[in-house]
Design a protein around this ligand. Structure first.
Ligand SMILES: [Zn+2]
Length: 217
């Protein structure tokens, strides 16, 4: 199974990718993990990426693609993979296609987990966590017994800076401008399936599994 899981911040695709990878016996490959591993191991591409990050610059597509390629060549990815967080731009999608065809492979299936912006804002801005014991809450879907206080240890709950409304809206804007067009790119190539990402994680996973069966790749 070669699957690219695609979706905006807050769509839950990291969790879904992890479960799908376990169920299908293939590695869950996220670009965040690849970056951390390449930096830790000090690979040439990892060092390249570090130079850009240290300078506060975006890591160029060629470097990102090179790291993904190295990861896909590892033994555990022989039977397939679930790719999460890549490609993030049209340029990366084009480079990924070129890389796959150079390696005698091609894109498998691309599943886009679709959730309305306002729902994403509700999901992300409602997250709270306990700075002392790490317990996680959501003001609507998993509220603590006493508003603003941790059930386990009573500490005052906090919201991550990343989850503030301003930052969330900015992240969605960047996603809509740079990453959403990648879905159209794959749609044109006939490999994209759009999935309703509303509801619980098990519900969304069921929809993804159905889409995987229907496609039969
Ligand atoms: Zn706590």
């Amino acid at each position: 199974m070669n699957l690219v899981l695609f979706g905006p911040p807050g769509a839950g695709k990291g969790t879904q990718a992890k479960v799908l990878a376990e169920r299908h016996g293939v590695p869950h490959i996220s670009t965040g993990d690849i970056f951390r591993a390449a930096l830790r191991q000090g690979t040439p591409l990892g060092l390249d990426a570090k130079r850009f990050m240290d300078a506060g610059q975006l890591v160029p597509d060629a470097v990102v693609c090179g790291m993904v390629r190295e990861r896909l060549r590892e033994r555990d990815a022989e039977r397939g993979y679930v790719l999460d967080g890549f490609p993030r731009t049209i340029a990366q999608a084009v480079a990924f296609d070129e890389m796959l065809s150079a390696d005698g492979s091609s894109i498998g299936k691309v599943i886009s987990v679709e959730v309305a912006d306002e729902e994403l804002v509700r999901r992300l801005t409602g997250r709270r966590s306990c700075p002392v014991c790490g317990a996680a809450y959501h003001v609507e879907s998993a509220p603590p017994k006493v508003a603003g206080a941790c059930d386990a240890c009573g500490s005052a709950l906090v919201q991550r800076e990343d989850d503030s409304e301003g930052v969330v809206r900015k992240r969605l804007e960047v996603y809509n401008a740079q990453t959403r067009p990648v879905a159209a790119y794959y749609q044109d190539r006939g490999v994209l399936q759009r999935i309703d990402g509303s509801g619980s994680i098990p519900d969304v996973l069921d929809r993804i599994e159905k889409a995987l069966e229907d496609g039969g790749r």
